[in-house]
Design a protein around this ligand. Structure first.
Ligand code: PAF
Length: 275
């Protein structure tokens, strides 16, 4: 496995590769990331993982500064799984002030976008740069960031990038909590409570499967259940999985998405539901 920091060295290393599978990350790798990397191995001959905490996708009051940077430990976890780790610094990724951004679709201003203005614009911009640098045939993203994946799919499709975008299932702890680097911000008590988020999503899933179609009521009850337990809820919503638009009563597939804060930690999760 080769650790590469510069764009030039990355291009040199990958110039002769014809089947690259790419996993973009912000590092602080956990089993969820490693699952994406293992998946990449089944899809490409050369597996590239990027590790870059992208300042463009963090708001001024967000956790860019405290986001855990653990490159040495990350590389140890990737040994034997990846062929190339690309870990540029901010100057390497943005040698000049970034003045050109991806203009993201309307859906990017809803859900997480409503609470994190500019996040998806910064995310899409760095993903486009990374895809241009790595030029993979396949790129793997976790479904845990469902809205992110939907925006990336639209971008890749509408910009005619010849890249197969694969969404991999969310990896969960034994108690149901979706794995996330931000889980480590939780205190012990919060970590126990955090499992409520996936439980509430499963309740909504069960009620959809049982035939309930009053989405507004379902969402209101789920939000109340969380806020009664001290969560600050941003949204719990039932959407159409294909475009994240509002569902109709005749739909047979949904995605239930939620974002809420527990103490100072913001958690997101989602569940796909299919009749
Ligand atoms: O999901 C993430 O870790 C990031 O948003 C990504 C896709 C690596 C872009 O910075």
């Amino acid at each position: 496995m080769q650790l590469i920091h510069s764009v030039t060295a990355l291009r040199d290393r990958l110039s002769a590769e014809s089947r690259v599978a790419f996993v973009p990350t912000m590092g602080n790798l956990h089993e969820g990331h490693l699952d994406l990397v293992r998946h990449a191995r089944t899809r490409g001959e050369c597996v590239v993982v990027s590790i870059f905490v992208n300042p463009l996708q963090f708001g001024p009051n967000e956790d860019f500064d405290k986001y855990p940077r653990t490159l040495v430990a990350d590389c140890a976890k990737l040994e034997g799984l990846a062929d190339v780790v690309f870990a540029p610094d901010v100057e390497g990724m943005y040698p000049e002030k970034q003045t050109v951004y991806v203009e993201v679709p309307e859906i990017a201003s809803q859900l997480c976008g409503e609470f994190r203005p500019g996040h998806f614009r910064g995310m899409a911009t760095v993903v486009l740069k990374l895809l241009n640098l790595v030029q993979p045939q396949v790129a793997i993203f976790g479904k845990k960031d469902y809205q992110q994946l939907a925006i990336i799919r639209q971008m890749v499709n509408q910009f005619n990038l010849p890249i197969d975008i694969v969404g991999a299932e969310t990896v969960r702890a034994a108690d149901g909590l979706a794995l996330s680097s931000r889980n480590q911000y939780l205190s012990d008590t919060e970590r126990t409570e955090a499992t409520t988020l996936s439980r509430i999503l499963r309740d909504v899933q069960n009620r959809l499967l049982a035939g309930v179609r009053d989405y507004v009521e379902l969402e209101a009850q789920a939000k109340k259940a969380l806020s009664d337990r001290g969560w600050q809820v941003e949204y719990v919503t039932v959407r159409n999985p294909s475009d994240l638009g509002a569902p109709t009563v005749t739909d047979r597939q949904w995605v239930v998405l939620a974002a809420a804060r527990l103490g100072k930690t913001r958690l997101i999760d989602n569940l796909e539901v299919c009749l």
